[in-house]
Design a binder for this molecule. Structure first.
Ligand code: ATP
Length: 498
């Protein structure tokens, strides 16, 4: 109807103007006014379009994506599971023949920096879809309804982009879904509830026959926080764990990020992978990048193992700081670190990688350990060994100075966390207990009794090695670092002379 009105108005306007001109009126000023008005109208309209495109904060992945699964290291199981799920999208005819309902949502869960975003991008490429991404925090607004509106826009935008690019599907990726998808608590956060409801509505509106088809992928590292409505069958019903890579995975990721970097022939990525236990993909990428920066700063042609080793220290502990410590402080720190190193070698021979007396991040010195192999289960003996290593810094300070310092704070936190793990795993004299029933008093009792007993053992262990402390101290004070090999040599000499 409105279409006819427009036409009637335009037609009537032209007829009136013609009639006025015919009876001798000067219609030039009216024509000029109409021309200016039309120009203004189109100018405003095109600005509006630009604003929608520019302000389209959800369309981060605008450029055609060239990221494939081959560029994601480790994560073989996650990749496999994801590809199997995506095949539902690719093999449309088959799923229609079997009457399988469409896959709507895939939830990727795991620690930060493990490659969840990369997997979503690779999924878009694998399914030949357009990729639209947003982070949960982008939907959080003070005003009720704004977040919900943004969700609507994002889906609309995905459909339009797919249509424009001539693709039959779109992957919508929402990072940090827990920000909007947290459990609803009955009315306290109406804005969050509306945003989540809108997302659920959009998901329910996805049908097999729809074109373009939409696949929603979301990432979180707090799956337990999500509202059950979001993860019920028919919504995010595929859950794929994206965990920290194991040694083989780390080597693979390092290899991917080393592709465009000149590595010295002597560099063994398997060794770097061994030293970077517990690192995520993002941290490994950073190790490679930092190593390249060190090599460039030193005006070297190639990246050596020493550069990679410093890069691991930097990623683990932070950048070297130029905090000036006094000679007494440096000596105390050296004794403290040697305490850790000696007990580490005694508890787990061959595990010390470097002892360093250079301030990094918050630490004035540090010992870097390399685990011989990735480990996922720990026995009571192993954990007690870890506590002994953590307590050794303070024990060494007591041995040489008769007192401890604030430098042991982090070590005690670490020891206390291990005690907590042991209690919760039923590895203490308390037996198998429900730790949520424990009072702060009983926590204090068990941790102080365990830590005191282990502190005595630690002191006994270290007492027999006074000479080793003194010989290593000199080297550490002058050279600032002591490699694991050199330290073990000194230890052998010490044992022979004993
Ligand atoms: P977050 O949960 O913090 O959003 P994420 O799991 O989505 O993190 P990504 O954004 O995918 O992590 O990864 C960040 C960067 O880390 C990538 O751009 C890449 O350089 C590197 N990276 C992470 N995981 C891998 C991997 N498995 N293979 C290769 N590179 C990786």
């Amino acid at each position: 109807m409105s279409k006819y009105w427009k036409e009637l108005l335009i037609g009537g306007g032209i007829a009136t103007l013609g009639f006025l001109a015919y009876i001798g009126y000067n219609i030039v000023p009216v024509l000029i006014a109409i021309a200016i008005g039309t120009l203004l109208f189109f100018a405003i309209k095109s600005r509006g379009n630009l604003a929608t495109a520019g302000g389209d904060r959800h369309a981060r992945g605008r450029v055609p994506l060239e990221l494939s699964f081959d560029e994601i290291g480790g994560q073989e199981r996650a990749k496999q599971e994801l590809i199997e799920a995506l095949d539902f999208l690719v093999k449309q005819d088959e799923i229609a023949r079997f009457g399988i309902r469409p896959l709507k949502g895939i939830l990727l869960t795991g620690p930060p920096g493990t490659g969840k975003t990369l997997l979503a991008k690779a999924a878009a490429r694998y399914t030949d879809s357009v990729y639209v991404a947003a982070s949960g925090s982008e939907f959080v607004e003070m005003y009720v309804g704004v977040g919900a509106g943004r969700i609507r826009d994002m889906f609309k935008n995905a459909r339009q982009k797919a249509a424009k690019a001539g693709k039959s599907s779109a992957v919508v990726f929402i990072d940090e879904i827990d920000v909007i998808g947290g459990k609803r608590d009955g009315g306290q956060h109406r804005e969050y509830d509306q945003t989540l409801n809108q997302l659920l509505t959009e998901m329910d509106g996805i049908h097999t026959s729809e074109s373009p088809r939409i696949l929603i992928m979301a990432a979180t590292n707090r799956k337990e926080m999500l509202d059950p409505a979001l993860i019920r069958p028919g919504r995010f019903d595929r859950h794929i764990g994206v965990e920290l890579p194991d040694k083989k995975g780390r080597e693979h990721i390092l290899g991917i990020h080393a592709r465009n970097k000149p590595l010295h022939a002597s560099v063994e990525l398997s060794r770097v992978a061994e030293e970077s236990f517990g690192f995520s993909g993002a941290q490994l990428e950073s190790v490679m990048n930092e190593a390249a920066i060190y090599a460039m700063r030193e005006q070297q042609q190639e990246i050596s193992h020493a550069h990679l080793s410093s890069a691991i220290d930097k990623v683990m502990m932070g950048e070297k700081t130029d905090r000036e410590a006094t000679r007494e402080e440096r000596e105390r720190v050296a004794i403290h670190e040697l305490g850790h190193a000696i007990s580490a070698e005694l508890v787990r021979p061959g595990s010390v990688s470097t002892v360093a007396l250079s301030p990094r991040g918050q630490a004035l010195g540090y010992v870097r350990h390399h685990p011989q192999q990735d480990q996922y289960l720990y026995t009571r003996e192993f954990l007690e060994g870890q506590i002994i290593i953590a307590l050794s810094g303070a024990a060494a300070e007591e041995m040489f100075y008769g007192s401890r310092s604030t430098g042991s704070r982090g070590d005690f936190d670490q020891a206390m966390n291990i005690v907590r793990t042991m209690v919760e795993s039923g590895l203490t004299e308390l037996g198998i207990i429900d730790s949520s029933m424990m009072t702060p008093d009983s926590w204090a009792k068990i941790s102080s009794s365990m830590l005191e007993r282990l502190m005595e053992r630690t002191k006994d262990v270290l007492n027999g090695h006074r000479q080793l402390f003194l010989s290593s101290l000199d080297i550490l004070l002058t050279e600032e670092t002591l490699s694991g090999e050199r330290f073990r040599e000194l230890m052998r000499e010490d044992l022979q002379s004993a």
